[in-house]
Design a binder for this molecule. Structure first.
Ligand code: C2E
Ligand code: CA
Ligand code: CA
Length: 552
């Protein structure tokens, strides 16, 4: 220190530290070298394994809270003649866990040049940021701290709204990071301009914000807030002549609806709520509902159980076979292979429930292959007594899009020496597939190989004639729901009759699903379909039962 400067006394410095400690996140330290007397601000004593704010015998005491590997390096501090020193090292927290800190200080010498004090500041290097410079908002760390503070005061009322920018990844990829940052900033500004004065907004992760309202407002105010945010964003986009375009989704969690008001639980549920609004189609809000969450958890559990089953040699999966009748010649012509799953924990699960989960998790890819191989094996076996028996298998669009399914099917056909026209691939309609080149190549490849294609569930969901002509399948399968309507309503029945005529005029075969009774059969036969599949001729059953009832 320069001679003209006044050196404060030890008491003065220690008193100043006591004043400053509550106002700081960092930790100030001071070492009186001559008296081997150490002083550190009080907040450090709360955080680290430091026994007291003031102590003698400094080096010995440091051994208690400095990570052993770093202790030796610390001993050299201040002994060198550098005026400023800096070191990164680990201090032990109250639980004995190492925490990275940066100690930066200054050595103070007296008039004779003798070292008298070391004075400085400790920062936690790994400590998360408390504010975010891109959005100009408070950070997740601060949200955590504020929530914890509120929770200490007891049960809280109000809501959390987690907001996500839809398609942020695509925005960054297509327009660049700067553009993405601008979208984030504008969203933050729009939200800030409409929130109530006692609501707070934080940036949680890259493209998500959270608004906390601890003032007891409820669902109506929360949804109104979302609409205001959307309106503000819409106005901003309009003012910019649609140069920028993006939408936001929101998940709302009402504190009242939560039994467990911990930070972890709230983050988990708000994330679930936001994902739900995105899954529902984005650009909307979703209010957390316990029953929905339970359903989601059950789905995750089922996915887990099925993944284990797949890894355990498909244990629990079975194939059932349902007869398909050639109604023109009044005889059995084949069967549809249908998947079943059962386990001790879940009992029997319906494919309507588990197929979408297999698709979401990608497990449909190994299982889809598994059922095709089983079906081909069984078909080949049945053909020993029933010449030209035909087997139908369902294929999910995921298998077509994300695996090399055609090559695998061709391998299997060759391996089992099955005639390709004894395998029928059933595909359902989906708007998504219509324009996919991979899907078009797959269908072409299937037909080139001589494998038969069926367009399944015709008359439900998308019924796109362009798709039908593009696909040009061998058979059109009418969804059971449509069959039921046609049996009940003259109008639908006439429609069905015309559909069959149209199909026959372009050489398509027509299969009607869901014929359950003799009356259904009599009625349906009036319009002369080619094939019928329904409970009247047989429900899907395990292979031995199928053989006994329909083949032997
Ligand atoms: P789908 O392909 O339309 O299969 C026909 C469904 O209708 C079967 O239901 C069958 O049991 C049912 N069904 C047939 N005739 C009648 C009837 O007369 N009355 C009634 N009430 N129902 C009848 P299931 O086996 O429950 O399968 C449901 C759906 O799950 C299937 O509909 C198919 O989309 C899917 N699925 C089943 N197995 C597989 C598979 O291995 N892979 C794929 N991707 N999907 C599968
Ligand atoms: Ca089918
Ligand atoms: Ca069907």
């Amino acid at each position: 220190m320069e001679k003209s400067q006044v050196i404060p006394t030890v008491e003065q410095i220690c008193a100043l530290y006591d004043f400053l400690s509550p106002c700081m996140d960092n930790y100030l330290y001071f070492y009186d070298v001559k008296n081997d007397y150490y002083c550190i601000s009080e907040n450090a004593v709360h955080r680290f394994a430091i026994p007291a704010t003031r102590f003698h015998n400094s080096y010995k005491v440091h051994e208690q809270f400095v990570y052993s590997e770093d202790y030796k390096r610390l001993l050299s501090l201040g002994k060198e003649n550098d005026v400023i020193h800096e070191i990164d090292c680990r201090w032990l927290d109250k639980k004995g866990m190492p925490v990275w800190v940066n100690c930066r200080g200054k050595s103070v010498h007296d008039d004779e040049g003798e070292l008298i004090y070391v004075i400085g500041c400790v920062n936690e290097i790994g400590k998360e940021q408390r504010a975010d410079n891109v959005s100009g908002l408070r950070s997740a760390t601060l949200f955590y701290e504020n929530l914890e503070k509120r929770l200490k005061r007891g049960n809280i009322k109000g809501f959390l709204m987690r907001i996500g920018i839809d398609g942020m990844k695509e925005i960054n990829e297509n327009f660049g990071i700067d553009y993405g940052n601008m979208v984030l900033q504008r969203t933050a500004e729009c939200v800030q301009s409409v929130i109530h004065k006692d609501e707070r907004i934080y940036r949680i992760v890259s493209d998500e914000f959270i608004i906390s309202d601890f003032s007891g407002r409820g669902i109506e105010e929360a949804t109104r807030l979302y609409k205001r945010i959307n309106w503000m964003l819409g106005r901003f986009i309009q003012q910019n002549s649609y140069d920028v375009f993006f939408t936001v989704s929101a998940g709302i969690v009402l504190f009242d609806s939560l039994e467990n008001q911990s930070y972890q639980n709230m983050m988990k549920l708000s994330e679930f709520a936001l994902n739900a609004s995105k899954d529902n189609g984005r650009n909307q809000y979703y209010v957390y509902d316990e029953a929905d969450y339970q359903h989601f958890i059950d789905k995750c559990r089922l996915a887990h159980i099925m993944r284990q089953a797949v890894n355990n040699d498909y244990e629990g999966f079975e194939v059932y076979y349902q007869p398909i009748m050639d109604i023109v010649h009044n005889r059995l012509c084949g069967a549809e292979a249908l998947m079943r799953f059962r386990s001790e924990e879940t009992g029997i699960v319906s494919p309507a429930e588990f197929i979408p989960i297999l698709e979401e998790t990608g497990l449909i890819i190994p299982l889809g292959m598994w059922i095709i191989e089983k079906a081909i094996q069984v078909c080949k076996e049945i053909q020993k007594t029933f010449h030209r028996f035909r087997i139908s298998v369902n294929l999910s669009y995921i298998q077509v899009q994300k695996s090399n399914i055609l090559a695998q099917i061709i391998d299997l056909i060759e391996q089992y020496e099955l005639s390709p026209d004894c395998l029928m691939i059933e595909l359902t309609e989906s708007g998504f597939m219509a324009d996919s080149p991979k899907f078009a190549r797959f269908c072409e490849g299937v037909k080139e190989q001589g494998i038969l294609l069926a367009l399944d569930d015709f008359g439900s969901g998308y019924s796109n004639f362009r798709y039908l002509f593009d696909l040009n399948p061998f058979t059109l399968k009418i969804d059971r729901a449509f069959t039921v309507k046609a049996i009940q309503s003259e109008h639908e029945f006439r429609l069905l009759r015309h559909m069959i005529e149209m199909a026959h005029s372009i050489n398509l075969k027509f299969c009607i699903e869901g014929v359950e009774t003799q009356e259904d059969l009599t009625k349906i036969c009036e319009i002369e379909p080619d094939y019928i599949q329904g409970y009247f001729f047989g429900k899907p059953v395990p292979l031995p039962e199928f053989l006994q009832r329909h083949v032997l």
